[in-house]
Design a protein around this ligand. Structure first.
Ligand SMILES: [Zn+2]
Length: 172
């Protein structure tokens, strides 16, 4: 899945979760989701984050391969536990959620992901789409429309803009 599809599908699911839980749909929450949904591809130098990683992506790919360590549910669980214990925040919740969604989104692609690395190298998948395929484009626009729908249905835009305003008020 390409980075923009990861971002939009994760934001869409994140909005659905925020509309049903006490998680606030704020700028911190959405920034966390976006960062989390991009981070796992730090293992691919040609990816959106990989190209901006100052060479780190090359090293991660050499050590673990693309869709290796960073796409493991096991690694996610350990990271999530550390982050939520050390510095729980709305941003952290978004980050942990976005990262998890990225793994699940790749799980639905034909390439699959090693969900239980390092316990198991086996790649798991429910092959629904191929990266860059027409179906991925459909997923992108479908999630985008659903995101707009959920956000307007539950007044999430309002909440998001309010958090943006207070963010700028804090800076100035
Ligand atoms: Zn990925």
């Amino acid at each position: 899945m390409r980075y923009h599809t990861h971002v939009v599908t994760s934001l869409c699911i994140g909005a659905a979760i925020a509309s049903q839980t006490s998680l606030p749909f704020t700028i911190s929450y959405t920034a966390g989701i976006i960062a989390g949904s991009l981070l796992p591809d730090i293992d691919e130098p040609k990816s959106y984050v990989g190209r901006r990683s100052l060479g780190a992506a090359q090293k991660v790919k050499q050590a673990f391969g693309h869709r290796g360590m960073t796409h493991s549910l096991f690694v996610w669980a350990v990271l999530a536990l550390i982050i939520m214990l050390e510095s729980p925040s709305v941003f952290a919740s978004g980050l942990v959620l976005g990262y998890l969604l990225h793994i699940l989104e790749d799980f639905l692609s034909v390439q699959g992901v090693p969900l239980f690395w390092p316990l198991q190298d086996k790649r798991y998948k429910i092959p629904l789409y191929r990266t860059g395929s027409r179906l991925e484009t459909v997923l992108f626009y479908g999630s985008f429309s659903l995101l707009i729908y959920i956000a307007s249905q539950y007044q999430l835009f309002h909440e998001w803009l309010r958090s943006l305003r207070s963010f700028f008020q804090q800076i100035w």
